[in-house]
Design a protein around this ligand. Structure first.
Ligand code: FES
Length: 379
């Protein structure tokens, strides 16, 4: 059955069918009724292929299916490349370099194509098979009528009453207190940085210093992190192969046995330093004012990228470059870690090192402020 326009006075809601009438309605009629109940009139609805099974329809079907097949094949290729493609570094002079450098383009290309083809397939399906339809929804200007406003307000009030929250003084007070404390916390968090003085302590303020700062003349050793803070493994020159890099942290004898201090030294974000041993005879350029900061072929640089503070964890021995994986800044280890590529603009701070009479590496002074630039910094 259909509800005629005469069943619906102009501008009024359509007459609601009885349960019996609903039973007799087809799916199309029910869908039209749903639109009408929302004040939507379907003016035109024309299927793209009114006669099923034509050659044009099959062609369109194949075209859409092709995109999904491309997506599936690309997805599979991505999976295989991701698992089986040789990804381990191969120097440009070695066989296999050509295959290695294709790793990222291949997994990126196949993944991108899989997503792209899937998207194009969905769009193609919509364009080729969704019916042409024009619908008009009546616009209602101004505020809702009195009836709608009062009934909706009543619904909201009743919903509140049904939850019995009005009678639950304990809960409302506790919730109010929690919200108040939370709001206060947010306010304090927003205002505190404006009130606190980050330069309290003058030259010894946290932003100027690192854990390498000598205190009361005590020796600061270079140690490695073995996973156990209390296992002190100091670093000696003979521990390191030429062309290698090791991450080191500060250690003081006064902290031996003090687990908290040892852990703090390992975890403090501005402490990690890369100890790099260049190959013998590698030409280097010293920075003016930093001459002698190295010990022979050993150079120590802060591990915090001067761009945004990521760990510059990669050292490429062939080119003597230190790489930051975050935004691909590169620093030259042979030239006081000056940036030669990427967004970083400052050299990595250099730690002045030597070897003491016991044969261990020690730091002679603190580094320049490490990490990203800030307004007041002096270097
Ligand atoms: S943080 Fe290192 S390049 Fe951005």
């Amino acid at each position: 059955m259909t509800l005629s326009h005469s069943d619906q006075a102009h501008g009024d809601a359509p007459r609601r069918p009885t349960a019996a009438e609903l039973d007799e309605m087809t799916t199309d009629e029910l869908a039209t009724l749903a639109a009408n109940l929302d004040d939507v009139e379907i003016v035109h609805n024309q299927p793209k292929f009114p006669i099923p099974g034509t050659r044009a329809e099959k062609r369109a079907e194949r075209a859409v299916a092709l995109w999904f097949v491309i997506s599936a094949v690309s997805g599979l290729a991505f999976l295989l490349a991701f698992v089986f493609w040789p990804y381990e570094y191969v120097p440009p002079t070695d066989p296999g370099y050509g295959v290695y450098v294709l790793y990222t383009p291949v997994i990126g290309g196949t993944f991108g194509l899989a997503v792209l083809a899937l998207g194009v397939g969905v769009i193609a399906y919509v364009k080729k098979f969704f019916p042409d339809e024009v619908s008009v929804q009546q616009r209602h200007d101004g505020a809702s009528d009195e009836l709608a406003r009062r009934t909706v307000t009543a619904q909201l009030v009743k919903a509140g009453q049904d939850t019995t929250i009005g009678r639950r003084k304990l809960i409302t007070r506790a919730a109010g207190g929690a919200a108040g404390v939370f709001g206060l916390g947010l306010t304090v968090a927003a205002i505190a940085p404006l009130v606190r003085d980050p330069w309290e302590g003058g030259d010894q303020a946290a932003l100027w210093t690192t854990g390498w700062r000598p205190v009361d003349g005590e020796t600061v050793y270079l140690r490695r992190d073995t996973g156990n803070p209390e296992e002190i493994s100091l670093v000696r020159p003979e521990d390191q192969d030429p062309g290698s890099m090791e991450t080191v942290f500060p250690f003081r004898e006064s902290e031996r046995g003090d687990e908290e201090a040892l852990l703090h030294a390992l975890r403090r974000s501005d402490n990690p330093v890369m100890l790099i041993r260049l190959r013998p005879g590698t030409p280097v350029v010293q920075r003016a004012g930093r001459e002698g900061f190295n010990y022979g072929d050993y150079w120590a640089y802060s591990k915090l990228c001067t761009h945004l503070g990521c760990p510059t964890s990669l050292y490429e021995a062939q080119s003597q470059r230190i790489l930051c994986p975050c935004h691909q800044s590169q620093f030259l280890a042979t030239e006081y870690a000056r940036p030669i590529f990427g967004p970083a603009t400052r050299s990595l701070p250099q730690l002045r090192i030597t070897v003491n009479e016991e044969g261990y590496f020690v730091a002679l002074q603190d580094m320049d402020p490490v990490g990203p630039a800030f307004w007041e910094r002096r270097s």
